[in-house]
Write a protein that binds this ligand. Structure first.
Ligand SMILES: *Cc1c(COP(=O)(O)O)cnc(C)c1O
Length: 413
């Protein structure tokens, strides 16, 4: 419920237990919800029974997550088959089911605040729409999300309120952080966050790393590297948690666009936040990734250890377009700009005997214009995206100013 800790601190498990050896044999027969329950029960047993958690997982993870072979050595883990067509559905749907259960148990209204660079917002909006006892306030940076993304953020109505912030994603994130820190203004209100800073979203993301691994052959499992298109570093933090739980992957690749604060840290040991720059892979346009401290925490801030486990990779917009094109022409695979950077991460940072898995984080149709430009072919829109095209935008413009935001919140929640 407490999205962030006091002083803007982030919650993190005190202990991450390593799984016993049998676990890795037994999970081969599991469905995704069963595997999720096995993995997450370690963190949830104080709050839910095993059966309650299994019910939550069964309702949350009701879409497929296939591992698709792209070429001899590289696979795509397609995380975009959920309702909003992006990987954030995994965390958002789990959190929605958990909060629904809490609201039910406590009988109190909950307000969820979310800063989004695009896909978080639509995942949260779709997951929480019409959920009784819960209201959602979405903040997104004006003109920094694609047209289709904006539709997904602003057309739901009902219990989903959208704010178009005149600033960057980092501004949105700061407004949300300040509201959480402002105990005085919101005393008596139940505020929570659905950003990737919420552990309720972070932990379930660890599950699909196990899921990917378990779909590979015995031989391939020996040398697996996983490339994670990264922006706010929730996804890669979850990979680190899976690794700490004993998932036998060899390495991760932090696949980044030119907002390369973390790749630079991996090279130099210096963490230098800076302003975000706009790119084609806009869900990764983050200049001061909130979750990266979690990776530092996990490895006791030991730069050498972190560097040994995570290799950096950076692609600019031209390389991203080229990556989309190559994947299409050489492997007949259509990727979105984020996934394409993940793929390039595999291609450029794998060693000879390794098998690579890149996380395909969004449906290519969410970035239709860029993808079509890159592959010179039209792609079809899934039904959900066709439907929202004609719905009217409902959002309120908001300056990147905490006092204005606070006033609005106090009136509207
Ligand atoms: C959010 C997002 C990312 C970045 O994930 P982080 O957990 O913030 O690093 C990558 N790709 C897509 C499509 C996203 O929506």
């Amino acid at each position: 419920m407490q999205g962030a800790g006091s002083n803007n601190g982030l919650y993190f498990p005190e202990e991450i237990k390593e799984k016993a050896r049998d676990f890795f044999n037994d999970i081969d027969a599991c469905t995704f919800p069963q595997m999720a329950t096995e993995i997450l029960y370690d963190f949830a047993e104080a709050d839910f029974t095993y059966q309650e958690l299994l019910d939550i997982c069964t309702r949350a993870f009701n879409f497929p997550i296939p591992l698709v072979k792209v070429n001899e050595r590289i696979y795509s883990l397609e995380l975009f088959h959920g309702p909003s067509l992006a990987f954030k559905d995994v965390g958002a749907r789990f959190l929605a089911e958990v909060l629904k259960k809490i609201a039910e148990k406590e009988g109190e209204e909950i307000t969820v605040l979310v800063a989004t660079s695009g896909d978080t917002g639509s995942a949260v909006a779709r997951s929480f729409f019409n959920v009784e006892g819960i209201r959602v306030v979405l903040l997104y940076p004006s003109e920094k999300v694609s047209k289709i993304q904006e539709k997904t953020l602003t057309t739901m109505g009902g219990n989903i309120l959208s704010l178009e912030v005149m600033g960057t994603f980092d501004d949105c994130q700061n407004l949300v952080k300040k509201a959480f820190a402002d105990k005085e203004a919101f005393a008596g209100k139940k505020l929570t966050s659905a950003n990737s800073i919420n552990v309720g979203r972070l932990l379930p993301q660890a599950v699909y790393y196990f899921w990917a691994w378990h779909q590979l052959s015995e031989a391939e499992r020996k040398n697996v590297v996983i490339s994670v298109p990264s922006g706010n570093y929730g996804n890669l933090s979850a990979g680190g948690i899976a690794w700490k739980m004993g998932l036998p992957v060899k390495r991760f690749i932090a696949a980044s666009n030119i907002n390369k604060v973390v790749p630079d840290y991996l090279e130099s040991g210096n963490y230098q936040p800076r302003d975000a720059v706009r790119t084609l892979s806009n869900a990764m346009d983050v200049g001061d990734p909130s979750n990266f401290v979690r990776i530092r925490e996990m490895f006791h801030d030991d730069h050498q250890q972190i560097k040994a486990l995570i290799r950096p990779f950076v692609a600019n917009d031209d390389q991203t377009r080229e990556g989309i094109n190559k994947l299409y022409t050489e492997s007949n695979y259509t990727a979105d700009p984020h996934g394409a950077i993940g793929y390039l991460g595999c291609k450029n940072r794998m060693d000879g005997n390794e098998t690579g898995v890149f996380l395909e984080t969004a449906h290519p149709a969410k970035f239709k214009d860029i993808v079509e430009e890159s592959i010179h072919t039209e792609i079809e829109l899934p039904e959900y995206l066709r439907e929202i095209q004609n719905k009217p935008k409902q959002s309120t413009q908001m300056p990147a100013d905490y006092n204005k935001f606070k006033e609005w919140l106090m009136e509207n929640i």
